[in-house]
Design a protein around this ligand. Structure first.
Ligand code: NAD
Length: 333
């Protein structure tokens, strides 16, 4: 495993972090016993960073990871989030943060979190995030309930805005730096670098688009993105590798990113992902895949309040209740 320093937190983090949203069945039903084995295998092989949130599986992921980490809490950097609780259930208030932390600590079976993050700031009013939510999180830091404070989200403009002025330790963004989209570097990375903030890049597989299995039904990207990814996956197979290995190699090569956060539920996936660490992509294959992807590269969708949109964001493929129904169906299947 390779370890990096997470910005000014000074934490030594494994370059691959364990994302727990699939443990909350966000990508479909999973086998919890295999989930436990995947977590054990990850820890035994050097992964020390775990990313949770009450939103994942509507508390299921936190409950599971709390159980899976029993007796191992001191071996890992454990993080969670507040303010997002369901697809349309958000509350950006200090009062809710104070209640939410106690609930998360209980589910995670711990007395403190290493990092506490505002989940998907784009769904809140940014003045409220800065004026009410972050001060509550800083208070928790003073009380020792959390060691560091960060923010997460999809559109980069509100993340940048907060990072420019607030004394936060980390920023997490997802699907904005991988083989499909590299716009993180145009909008966010320079500010993060200049302020010494820890950068966490989530969803290097573009929420399963960059795998042989392909995207889940609820994925918000346009269908052409999936079709092109399929073409790229076929080429990788022909060349004796996989699109997920190439995608992970690509994401891990980013110099400013401390943690590349991958969602995992199976020992096999943990194993192949760990094996990618320290390897380089075949430059010719990478160039060919990037050429295939070019027509759909840097397509990003609207997420959150309209006032927080990135310029150039497109409408999501599925929305609101339609998306909720699809998730419900996937979970049943
Ligand atoms: P991802 O791009 O990491 O893809 C995860 C999916 O790929 C899962 O279905 C997983 O089973 C599968 N997978 C993993 N390794 C594989 C491999 N080698 N081969 C084939 N399939 C593989 O997307 P993600 O899970 O959404 O993102 C990673 C993590 O980042 C999340 O679990 C979550 O913890 C975090 N995250 C946070 C936010 C936020 O805070 N706003 C948003 C997105 C993600």
């Amino acid at each position: 495993m390779v370890y990096k320093t997470l910005g000014k937190t000074g934490l030594k983090v494994s370059t691959i972090g364990f994302g727990t949203s699939p443990l909350g069945a966000e990508f479909g039903k999973i086998d919890p016993e295999e989930g436990q084995r995947a977590v054990d295998y990850a820890i035994d092989n050097g992964i020390n960073y775990f990313d949770a949130a009450p939103y994942y599986g509507r508390t299921l992921a936190e409950t599971r990871i709390g159980k899976f980490l029993e007796g191992k809490r001191d071996k890992v950097i454990l993080t969670s989030k507040a303010c997002r609780y369901d697809i349309t259930d958000f509350e950006f208030t200090a009062k809710r943060v104070m209640r939410s932390i106690e609930q998360s600590l209980k589910r995670l079976r711990t007395d403190h979190l290493d990092l506490y993050q505002v989940h998907d700031v784009e769904y809140g009013n940014i003045e409220q995030v800065v004026g009410d939510v972050l001060p509550a999180m800083f208070k928790l830091k003073q009380q020792g309930k959390v060691r560091f404070v960060g923010i997460t989200g999809y559109p980069l403009t509100p993340l940048r805005k907060i990072a420019e002025t607030e004394d936060i330790d980390t920023v997490l963004t997802y699907c904005r730096y991988n083989l499909m989209d590299t716009t993180m570097d145009d909008i966010l990375t320079p500010v993060i670098r200049s302020r010494g903030i820890g950068l966490i890049n989530a969803s290097p597989l573009h929420m399963r688009v960059l795998t042989d299995k392909g995207a889940p039904a609820w994925h918000p990207a346009p269908k052409q993105v999936f079709e092109i990814a399929r073409e790229a996956a076929v080429l990788c197979r022909q060349q004796g590798t996989t699109i997920s290995d190439l995608a992970l190699q690509f994401a891990l090569a980013h110099k400013d990113v401390s943690i590349t956060l991958v969602g995992m539920t199976k020992v096999h996936h943990v194993d192949v992902n760990i094996k990618v660490v320290g390897t380089q992509p075949d430059p010719q294959l990478l160039a060919r895949v990037r050429e295939i992807i070019k027509p759909v590269a840097n397509i990003y969708w609207k997420e959150g309040l309209p006032e927080n949109d990135d310029p150039g964001a497109i409408e999501k493929r599925t929305l609101g209740t339609e998306r909720t129904e699809k998730i419900k169906k996937e979970k049943k299947g």
